[in-house]
Write a protein of this length. Sequence first.
Lengths: 406, 530
Amino acid sequence: MTLQSRGRMATGAILLTTALALTACSSAGSEDKTPSAGSLTVWVDADRAAVLKDAAAEFTKESGVEVKLIQKDFADIQEQFIAQVPTGKGPDITIGAHDWLGNFVTNGVVAPVELGNKASEFQEVAVAAMSFDGVTYGVPYSIENIAMLRNTALAPSAPTSYDDMIAMGKAAGTEFPFIVQVGPESDPYHLYPFQTSFGAPVFGTNADGSYNADELTIGDAGGDEFATWLAAQGAEGNLNISLTGDLAKEKFNAGASPFFITGPWNVADAQAAGIDVAVDPIPAPGPNTAQPFVGVQGFYVSAKSENTLAASEFLTNYIATEEVQTALYEVGGRAPALTASFEAASSDPIVAGFGAVGATAVPMPNIPEMGSVWQYWGVTEAAIISGQADPVGLWQKMAADVQGAI
Amino acid sequence: MSIETPARTKRPSSDRKIGSTATGTKVLLVKIAALAIVDAISLYALFIVFAQRDWVVFGAILLVTIVVNVVYFSKRMLPAKYLVPGVIFLVVFQVFIIGYTAYIAFTNYGTGHNSTKQDAVAALIGSSQERVEDSPAYGLTVVESLGTYSFLVTDPDGDVSIGNENSPLAAVDNATIEGGKAVGVPGYNTLNFSQIVAAQQTIAALAVQISDDPNDGSLRTPDGSSAFVYRSNLLYDESAGTMTNTNTGVVYSDTGVGAFTASDGTELRPGWKIEIGFANFARAFGDESIRGPLFSVALWTFAFAFLSVATTFLLGLFLAVVFNDRRMRGRKVYRVMMILPYAFPAFLSALVWAGMLNRDFGFVNQVLFGGADIPWLTNEWLAKVSIILVNLWLGFPYMFLVCTGALQSIPEELQEAATMDGAKPWAVFRFIKMPLLLVSIAPLLISSFAFNFNNFNLIYMLTNGGPRDVAAGVNVGATDILISMVYKVAFVGAGRDYGLASAFSIIIFVLVGVIAAVSFRATKSLEELN
């Protein structure tokens, strides 16, 4: 009897947890549900949450609309937003990167945002990045691009050309003349400035500056020149597929090279390692300017939001203000997308340096066809750098594969 | 000894009988309290789900609650009392997920097809609103009269006009102007921001024609305080179920592929989710990019899973036997050290190994091989060897643990008896210990095989399937196993194809299931030895 009733108690306890688990599911569901008129749900990553909290409080005070901030891991947002919006349980607004936009539009989960006359207050590249097929879908808050970090102790002045950089690097007597992360599957993002200097962008552009997926320009004559150059640099040891992102950073911070092609995210660690860094434009090995990709981050409105007016009001009249954009810059260190805030932030030479390179840069394509490019691009570059076969042949093969996949 | 036992137990048992009625009431009270809490929570959940009109979940919760109450209040159904909680968990966490995966395998769920047709239409219409180029921004005040909302707009020149859904903009001259913007007009109530927010769905959907000609465009407001002129370039004909592009005149119709399709085959995105029968399975076997590498990938998957199990088992068994010898000193210290790799998260270890095996900067080449350039992860065959070796490092502690446990459960007498009969140590191991060991270890070997068959983490973290032969033109590398190939086919590239991924999961599930079933049948012969 005792044994049996003890068993019953145990099962009772298990049962209780079952019920709790079940109701936890259902009540969590009800919290995620799009709230009734008069409240906004915003997905935001941990770094941005504190700033948004202040902006949200002010918005609530002035409009009476409650703002619920939900913290998410930035890397999970794209997937979850696409999965949850159709169920009606997604947020009204989410933070996001501009290259997610193609995926969002293809899945019909974002609503257009009318920036109106505010559009001219943002940096042009930021608004272009947040647009798809000529329609603007997001309010940008930051722009980010790579440039060249220079260890001023090893190289007191900026190189004038690519060859000059190599010569200066060799004269410095360090392990590498310059460092750029490559990795076993290469890193087309970090090598893109070199590629554009040979005049081989991935896609052609339309009149309005958006990318044209029907015009794949990666296999043009400039592409072949770039491939030949890659093979030569690989043979010389300037580019090495063993140099992954972690290693590249570690080596530069240890003083193993005067030059490091990277983004603002590695500046703080380099400075912490005691290196006095300056930011310079990326020297172009080819005839054209070396244009890196620009990454833009901003806020999107859900296509199924029932609070579109409140969401638009919050984004265009609160997030798009100098005060908030500057505050967002101060917590994340990413250059602000609003021109006024950017100019204020440019008193920092690092921001100004990256900004100068960013002014010549191009937005990373946000069209879904880009996905087909990435999967062939990197491995082909890696094969060329490690000298596996004829560089031009490999490059043309890649262009054909990409075209086939599109 | 055996005579004394009943006497010893007799007294307490009679004591317990007196206590048992008191305990019985207590237990009953606890049971009622527990069930009351369960029912209260279920009721609360039912209210919430009822409010959301989610009838499937409502039915499920109701059913579970009824079953739980019936089972625990009934005096009979003793087995059910033990089984019900487990069965509920099994259904929620296993059966439902497998069933749902199977359902997804028969749909086109993925990028561009992730919701209903209704949502797709709404999204298409929403994004087809193009702001008329060079059109001015209007200052807007939303006003209301007799339940009809109107736009009171001020153009950049200061001219004021009013209009609503049914009547295009018309000039107004008696409006109240504040700060260059009309804020009210006689006969209408001006809405403040919170009133606008309360009615925002109606107001956001409101389109006011700027002239009698609909082609001139309509005013819409994104935020309730300003209005812009938009023209739609897509027209949805609800009765015909077609979308028409008003710029080019192309008609897109629903041809049953889950998207509006033009006569030349171009599709409008987003489309919507439909059921497509066995098309995903047909693609899994028919698509050239999948069928081409499928054979070599499947072969490597089997080789990888088999070699992983074989190497880890042999090393684990060897160490277990060695450390089971009583003559060895400091066995406990060694055993703890042996288990260490098991204590690290596997994906972290894989990342660390990827760094150590780096050709030019890795610890292995730099320190162990004195600066050699051995391409551990970038040569097709060495990468395979590296994967097996790293998996050996990761996996042997588990085999070591289970073998040690099994060895210790084999009675010493058997070994003694065999030795007395003149058996050499190898014979003792081969004919006595090994068969006994396999009875308990064989099922674990099968589960280990199934685990390694789908060991995505290791492959993804160590080589990401590479090195890849760029000349082959498919996104599959030399060390890709089935599950990592599925990941690449379904999720890397232009879009995510959950339908295809689910179909593959089902295929792999069947494959592993069959292998496991056959192997388990084979292990029965081992048990017959006893």
